[in-house]
Design a protein around this ligand. Structure first.
Ligand code: RRO
Length: 296
C-alpha cells in the first residue's frame, strides 16, 4: 500500500532515516532499517577525516535541537564497510556526501558504493562547505553535473532553506541532472546562555531541526513541487504520521525523519501503520494524496 519507486529505487514505504542521526555506523543504520525505515541515509561523509566543531555541538531547545556538529566523519576511504553492513538491513542505503567543490564531490561519488548519493550542499555552519556552496546556483549546477558524470547511481541534492529563493537552487540542481532534491537542511539559528552571556554552541551558531521548522519545510516543498519536474523529498520536523501526510500533500514523494528518531526508535513502523489506517479510512491511495494541496 505504501511502496513506491523513487529515482529507480524500490522503497517499501516513503519514510527514510534523514542524514545526520544514527548514520555514522553500519550497525545503527541497520537498526533503523529493521525498525521499519524504507531507506536510510548516512551521516555526511567527506574526502578526509574530520573531528568537527568543539563541544557543546548539540543542545535541546524549546521546539527542537540546535546543532553545530561540524561535519565530523571518518572519510569515505574508511566508510565502505559501514555502508555494506547497513545493506544487511535490506533497504536502500543512501550516502550523504559533502565536498568543497565539484572535484571532491566526484572523487567520493566515483569511489563509494551506495544505492544513491545525497549531495550535502546545505549544512548551515561549515566554512567552505555545505550552504556556502549550496547558496550559489552556478556551483550547485556544476557540482551536480560533475557527480552525475562520475557515477551511474541516482543523485539527490539536499537544499538549504537559508537562501532568498530555494526554487532557483532547486532549478540549478535539476539543470545539473539531479534525480531528486531533498528539502530542507537545518535552519540557521543560535542560543545564548544568560548566566554567562555566551553563545551555547562551541561554534556559536548552528542549525535548528525538529518541530519548529516543519512549516518552513512544508512551504519549501510546496514551492519546489510547483517549480521542478524531478521528485522532491521532504524533511524537517516530522514527528508523527500526520506530519508525514502533510509533507506528501505538499508535494513530497517521500519523507525523511531525523530529530524525532531520538524520542522513538520505532517511529518508522509507528508512522507507516498509522498512515495505512488513515488512507484506508479515507479510501485514498498514496497517489491520491501526493501533491493534493495543489489540486484546485
Ligand atoms: O555535521 C553537521 O554539523 C551538520 C550537517 Br553535515 C548538516 O548538513 N546539517 C546540520 O545541521 N549539521
Amino acid at each position: 500500500m505504501l511502496s513506491l519507486s523513487l529515482t529507480g529505487l524500490k522503497l517499501k514505504n516513503p519514510l527514510m532515516l534523514a542524514a545526520g542521526i544514527m548514520g555514522t555506523t553500519g550497525g545503527s543504520l541497520k537498526r533503523m532499517a529493521e525498525g521499519g525505515a524504507g531507506a536510510v541515509v548516512t551521516k555526511s561523509i567527506g574526502v578526509g577525516p574530520k573531528s568537527g566543531h568543539s563541544n557543546p555541538s548539540m543542545v535541546e531547545v524549546d521546539c527542537g535541537y540546535l546543532n553545530a556538529m561540524g561535519l565530523p566523519n571518518p572519510s569515505y576511504k574508511n566508510f565502505q564497510g559501514e555502508i555494506d553492513m547497513a545493506k544487511e538491513g535490506r533497504v536502500p542505503v543512501i550516502a550523504s556526501i559533502f565536498g568543497a567543490g565539484a572535484d571532491e564531490f566526484s572523487e567520493i561519488a566515483g569511489s563509494l558504493r551506495a544505492d544513491a548519493f545525497e549531495l550535502n550542499v546545505s549544512c548551515p555552519h561549515a566554512c567552505g562547505y555545505g550552504a556556502q556552496v549550496g547558496s550559489d546556483p552556478n556551483l550547485v549546477e556544476e557540482i551536480t553535473k560533475a557527480v552525475k558524470s562520475a557515477t551511474n547511481t541516482p543523485v539527490w541534492v539536499k537544499l538549504t532553506p537559508n537562501v532568498t529563493d530555494i526554487k532557483s537552487i532547486g532549478l540549478a540542481a535539476q539543470r545539473g541532472g539531479a534525480d531528486a532534491v531533498v528539502a530542507i537542511n537545518t535552519v540557521r539559528a543560535m542560543a545564548i546562555d544568560i548566566e554567562s552571556g555566551y553563545p551555547i554552541l562551541g561554534n556559536k551558531f548552528g542549525g535548528l531541526s525538529g518541530r519548529a521548522i516543519k512549516p518552513v519545510a512544508i512551504k519549501c516543498v510546496y514551492d519546489l513541487y510547483e517549480t521542478l519536474d524531478i521528485p522532491v523529498i521532504g524533511v524537517g520536523g516530522i514527528s508523527d504520521w500526520k506530519d508525514a501526510v502533510e509533507f506528501i500533500m505538499a508535494g513530497a514523494k517521500a519523507v525523511q525523519i531525523g530529530s524525532a528518531v531520538g524520542n522513538n526508535i520505532n517511529i518508522f513502523n509507528d508512522i507507516s501503520s498509522c498512515m495505512q489506517a488513515f488512507l484506508k479510512e479515507k479510501q485514498w491511495t498514496m497517489k491520491d494524496i501526493y501533491g493534493m494541496a495543489h489540486k484546485k
